[in-house]
Write a protein of this length. Sequence first.
Length: 276
Amino acid sequence: MAPALGTDPLHTELLELAKEAARRAGELLRDGRPADLAVAATKSSPIDVVTEMDIAAEKLITGLISEHRPDDGFLGEEGASSEGSSGIRWVIDPLDGTVNYLYGLPTWAVSIAAEQDGETVVGVVEIPMRGETYHAVRGGGAWGSGAREGERALSCRAAAPLEQALVSTGFNYVTEVRAHQADVAQRLIPLLRDIRRSGSAAVDLCDVAAGRLDGYYERGLHPWDLAAGDLIAREAGALTGGRPGERPARDLTVAATPGVFEPLQRLLEEFGAWHD
């Protein structure tokens, strides 16, 4: 079944370009990973790492997009930053789950979103080691493809009570923040079915969209971590937000099925999940 792309030809163009860029970057990362891969730099702490492959993948993505759309802007995790003049900005995480990638674990992804006048209109997440691609156009639903399941429309899980919810989270690389996040998780665990931790926000958001998780929350995400996955989750019927009444932000990002979202968000607020 072909995905519903809506009627805006610009969005269709942006989607196809994002899918091609994500596919090529995913192949580069999967097939070009050196056996002696090492840390090229650190960010917020010595355990928040960048590898040479993060940088190479971002250069591939921005170069390909610029060839086709030279007037667009960029915001990328590894330094791509330009305003552009077209009203379109690309928000890119060339390798979400770098520590997993560094250790040879399979849960990592390429995440590419396109914003039009500040609103995300296209999102693509490529998960090469699963052989899966997820994508969405605003108003056109969310779609996934993979060798096992083929092309399919995505739909989040049916509503479940919070105590039966499987929820994923992530942990910051700053020690003090991680300690607080562990305390929040400890308080949540008795109230849920269980908690998972994949190491990739983009993958977690797509797993909510695909019905593999009932919910996901994390503090400390940047725009490039969540832009594509947030759109995919919402287009699959999930609710997303931050603190009550707010959009997903660095303070807190929450994505969950409609039945789980509000009680999970309420508990996270009560437990101070957003707080230092």
